[in-house]
Design a protein around this ligand. Sequence first.
Ligand code: NDP
Length: 339
Amino acid sequence: NKQVILRDYITGYPREDDLYISTSKIKLEVPQGSNAVLVKNLYLSCDPTMQFRMRKAEYRLSGYYYYVPGSPINGFGVAKVLDSGHPSFSAGDLVWGTTFWEEYSLIQNPEKLYKIQHTDVPLSYYTGILGMPGITAYAGIFEVGCVKKGECVFISAASGAVGQLTGQFAKLLGCYVVGSAGSQEKVDLLKNKLGFDDAFNYKEEVDLDAALKRYFPEGIDFYFEQVGGKMLDAVLLNMKDHGRIAICGMISQYNLPHPEALENLLHIAFKRLTVKGFSQRDHYHLYPKLLETVLPYIREHKLVYVEDIVEGLENGPAALVGLFSGRNFGKQLVKVASE
Ligand code: NDP
């Protein structure tokens, strides 16, 4: 059983060699009397917050569990059930949810596995649009942001797993949507394939405030925050009075020893802004609504979901750390095996 193992806890940017590949033996059956589920992993999801779980004790955030050095890391994935001691699952079921970075996993707590009911769409989508990033984007736009038709919406990290969906959801609502991303190719994707009204490469802007004024001369109604730091500081100068910010993540800050100081926080008060942080963990009740909304759009090709799939577990570590340099083009995932 090939596995991706954490070498040791880290500080700062994760590196490819913080993880290594190892092989162990696994019995391909669930032990008698156990309610575990044995799965064959098909796709594994690369998510920025996996860095949190690799951190040394002094840099940890409360509310997260931590990987164990010498053991396989875990995360979201899509898998096929090979054997089950749990009444909710049977051999042959396709599932998505929390699994381990290895070929086969014995999952002791299958409560975090969800049965896949719709298989006429790509199975890999259950790591993205039909999985955790889908719930995040749906919650961010519809429940946290309460985005309305006609609003001016700005999305950072717009071409990624969550960003590409939030932008398309806001477009479906009839908003004016602009995204930022870290390369010309990603900007072209946003404008030409994902239907954003406009987009810019934040790495090429010397003055982010001026860039935002160019795209939002009247100001921003709703900002979907995924990067933090200098971008957030510039956005605060460009929000409309009573604007709303949903804080989904702040990837630019995850690997810094101390978060960057912001200069423009007072604008939250001046402009009477609503700033709301949220976690996908609180929004699983929206999953049926997400499916009901996006499945028809996927089938009718009215929603596009761009994936960056690397083949083989051994290429997983590079794919995961690549999230922090923007190597991924769309949702980053690893194909481990075919069904
Ligand atoms: P993405 O697919 O967007 O991949 C990460 C992207 O972040 C990279 O491709 C890169 O794009 C951008 N990036 C990396 N480093 C920086 C930096 N220093 N400054 C600006 N941009 C950077 O990841 P996800 O869609 O999975 O996640 C996006 C954000 O949402 C993250 O902050 C993540 O933690 C958060 N999140 C929060 C959830 C929640 O429940 N609140 C759930 C899921 C995700 P580029 O080339 O454009 O720079």
